[in-house]
Design a protein around this ligand. Structure first.
Ligand code: SF4
Length: 358
């Protein structure tokens, strides 16, 4: 797949995951549990990791939550970010508990002494701080300066204020997000900021909506920027199980030619030639591919007339026929099997291949 040039950014290290520079674009999600629900939060984080999520953020509204991070860290393996608003002491506690990254806006935590306290604590481990601007919560003075309502330029100005505070305190382990539910505004804001700073950017469309609407909005906004070469880490926000966010994020990265691991499925739209229940076939295959980490493209096609040929780029695939179907690899037919066995036989081939790759 053709890939454009990516914007060159400073690299930061969020636990075991590098962000920016030449690192692959990482996938983030957010736990729906408080860290104080240790068992549930940990179990969800582990499920997200198994599905391909690289980083999980946790809301940290109080001290109990900040202290509970220690136990969640002990039960999970991927980097965790504490989402903190206003109270800098929660950031200090979260760092003490072993958090890998912070989402906190330095302009919102009071005096410069508070900012310094957080930086001093973050510095030894170079814990990155995400400056997160939301169009819906721009401060009054920025709104007044930019016409009284949220604009892309206002969002950038807001981000720059926070960035300058960290820079003035000589801290540059940071990344920035500029989220809006308004896709054109969000895209414009990131494009403008990308011209001004070289910090890694965390992309997202906020309050995007339920699965279908939210996926489309995220694919539009995040996708447009990724195709521009902008974006180092992404979060798809959906009103749904966060596992859906990871699955959609993977699809966006794949569509942008940036998916560096995992199995992805392509399937034909079906037409009058199709004589199998392709929707059910595709759903079964997609489900059974979940969790595969090796890069793999799998095609599910409606007919043998055009199927294998149309999906020549796929590593494996199935193409339906009348009461039977074929299994193919790289456009070449391997064998014909009864329709009822298609999915099992395809998975057998894939598993054999993965075994050889190990
Ligand atoms: S693969 Fe076959 S069934 Fe699917 S759209 Fe193409 S011609 Fe139609």
């Amino acid at each position: 797949m053709e890939q454009g040039k990516r914007r060159v950014t400073r690299q930061i290290q969020l636990g075991s995951v590098a962000i920016g520079g030449d690192a692959p674009v990482s996938i983030q999600s957010m736990s729906t549990f408080s860290p104080t629900d240790v068992a549930q939060a940990s179990e969800q984080i582990n499920r997200l990791a198994a599905a391909g999520c690289d980083i999980v953020r946790l809301a940290v509204p109080n001290r109990m939550a900040a202290l509970a991070i220690r136990e969640v860290k002990a039960r999970t393996a991927i980097p965790l970010v504490a989402d903190i608003h206003f109270d800098y002491r929660l950031a200090l506690d979260a760092i003490e508990s072993g958090i890998d990254g912070l989402r906190i806006n330095p302009g919102n935590i009071g005096s410069n002494d508070n900012v310094m306290a957080v930086i001093e604590k973050a510095k030894p481990k170079r814990i990155p701080i995400r400056i997160g601007i939301n169009a819906g919560s721009l401060p009054e003075h920025i709104l007044a300066q930019y016409g009284g309502h949220p604009t892309a330029e206002g969002m950038v100005a807001g981000a720059l204020e926070h960035i300058r505070i960290l820079e003035a305190n000589d801290y540059r382990e940071l990344k920035v997000s500029l989220k809006s539910t308004d896709v054109p505004m969000m895209v414009r804001a990131y494009r403008v900021l990308a011209e001004k700073v070289d910090y890694p950017l965390h992309l997202g469309v906020t309050e995007a909506g339920t699965v279908q609407r939210g996926s489309i909005k995220s694919a539009m906004g995040i996708g447009a920027l990724l195709l521009d070469g902008i974006g180092d880490t992404i979060r798809v926000s959906l009103t749904a199980d966060p596992l859906e966010e990871v699955s959609v994020a993977k699809m966006i990265l794949d569509a942008a030619g940036l998916m560096s691991y995992g199995a992805v499925m392509i399937s034909c739209p079906t037409c009058g030639r199709c004589q199998v229940n392709l929707i059910s076939l595709a759903e079964q295959v997609e489900r059974r591919l979940e969790g595969i980490k090796t890069p793999l493209r799998v095609a599910v096609m409606g007919c043998v007339v055009n199927g294998p040929g149309e999906a020549r780029e796929a590593d494996f695939g199935v193409a339906g026929g009348k009461g039977r179907g074929v299994i193919f690899r790289k456009g070449k037919v391997l064998r014909t099997v009864p329709e009822a066995d298609l999915v099992d036989e395809l998975m057998k081939e894939i598993e054999q291949y993965l075994e050889q790759e190990r």
